[in-house]
Design a protein around this ligand. Structure first.
Ligand code: PEP
Ligand code: MN
Length: 362
């Protein structure tokens, strides 16, 4: 007869290989009742594979709720016993790993604020030597793929076999549409670097609000992500952390039911997925090109001011020939035709002349 522990291990394996893998639970384990009630309602949806809850919360400022710490771990164990859902928590130190394992947490994840710090990632990795459970690593808060890749490599080096990635978006200064900008081309690049490694999307921390959760979840599935981690709370407005982005288990079920799950198996679907991925990369590059063109015109404006103040003509044939000659040479190496280069630079030059015209005659 199998022991309970072996059975749970098998269940975790089954979940680890399931697509899509759905992880849900509150941002923080607040009280025993809240954890158990949320878990019970999530299990009743029949759609949730694993229960998440923050035990140690890295908060931006002191005085915010920093998690209940180890007193919350027995609540999760109890929730697992009642619902059968395997559990997962965030770990940031060796001590967290040790405590979580004492309470049979089935999967661990490294948070975004930890991934940025190679010392911390190494400390967690060292504590995971010989531990045979899945470990997920969130992207660092800044858009640095080397840090994210480096974190994965640290885990691989100590022998962690089951590693997954969580995309939770990237922090940026000022008000943006998202709490953490998704920058989809970055997780896509990670998929390219680590083929076959599960990639989970965390729409809750990308959005920071409820209204965009559905579209971000759908987008990640369209981009062939392997699952979702979504925060859910029995009374979201009263949550002790991340209240604005959490949804009730009932709303979570509606959201999951509204998603069009894309299959990998048919050739047509593979085609669609590849197309979406490439188009996303193209959109990103186009955005960057536009930004650069805007910057280029600003430099033109500056030159216009100097020309105006020194009574110099806008058009200077020698300079224009020099620009074209350089572009032809560079373009050839990059596989760009002379015809395209000419058309492109004509358009840029024309726009630049218009900018300077405006300045010189203002
Ligand atoms: C969390 O999952 O609740 C959390 C703190 O996330 P992140 O590390 O993405 O900020
Ligand atoms: Mn949270």
């Amino acid at each position: 007869m199998k022991t309970e522990v072996q059975t749970m291990k098998e269940l975790v394996q089954q979940k680890w290989n399931k697509r899509p893998l759905i992880i849900s639970g509150p941002c923080s384990a607040e009280t025993e009742e809240q954890v158990i009630e949320t878990a019970t309602q999530l299990a009743a949806t029949g759609k949730v594979d694993m229960l998440r809850a923050g035990i140690w919360k890295p908060r931006t400022k002191p005085g915010m709720f920093e998690g209940n710490g180890i007193v919350g771990l027995p609540w999760l164990l109890q929730a697992k016993k009642i619902t059968g859902l395997p559990t997962t928590v965030e770990v940031a130190t060796a001590k967290h790993v040790e405590e979580a394992l004492k309470f049979d947490v089935d999967m661990l994840w490294i948070g975004a604020r930890t991934t940025v710090n190679p010392f911390s990632v190494q400390e967690v990795a060292d504590a995971l030597k010989g531990v045979d459970i899945p470990i997920l690593i969130k992207n660092p808060i800044n858009p640095d793929l080397e840090l994210w890749s480096g974190g994965i490599e640290r885990l691989q080096k100590v022998g962690v076999k089951q590693i997954g990635m969580i995309h939770r978006g990237f922090s940026s200064y000022g008000n943006t549409e998202y709490r953490n900008a998704p920058m989809w081309h970055l997780p896509i690049e990670m998929k390219r670097r680590f083929p076959g490694m599960p990639l989970i999307c965390d729409p809750s921390h990308i959005c920071g609000n409820r209204s965009m959760l559905q579209s971000v979840s759908q987008k990640s599935i369209d981009l062939d992500f392997d699952g979702l981690m979504l925060e859910s709370h029995i009374d979201p407005d009263k949550a002790w952390s991340d209240a604005k982005q959490q949804v009730t288990p009932e709303r979570l079920l509606e959201l999951l039911n509204s998603i069009v799950w894309r299959q990998e198996s048919s050739t047509v679907e593979e085609f669609i997925t590849a197309l979406t991925t490439l188009r996303e990369q193209i959109n990103q590059l186009d955005d960057e090109l536009m930004t650069l063109l805007g910057q280029r015109m600003k430099l033109s404006d500056k030159i216009g001011e100097y020309k105006r103040d020194n009574s110099i003509t806008i058009l200077q044939t020698n300079r224009w020939n020099e620009i074209l000659e350089r572009a032809f040479q560079k373009g050839e190496k990059l596989g760009l035709s002379k015809e395209f280069i000419t058309k492109y630079f004509d358009a840029v030059h024309l726009e630049s002349i218009q900018h300077q015209n405006k300045i010189m005659n203002s």
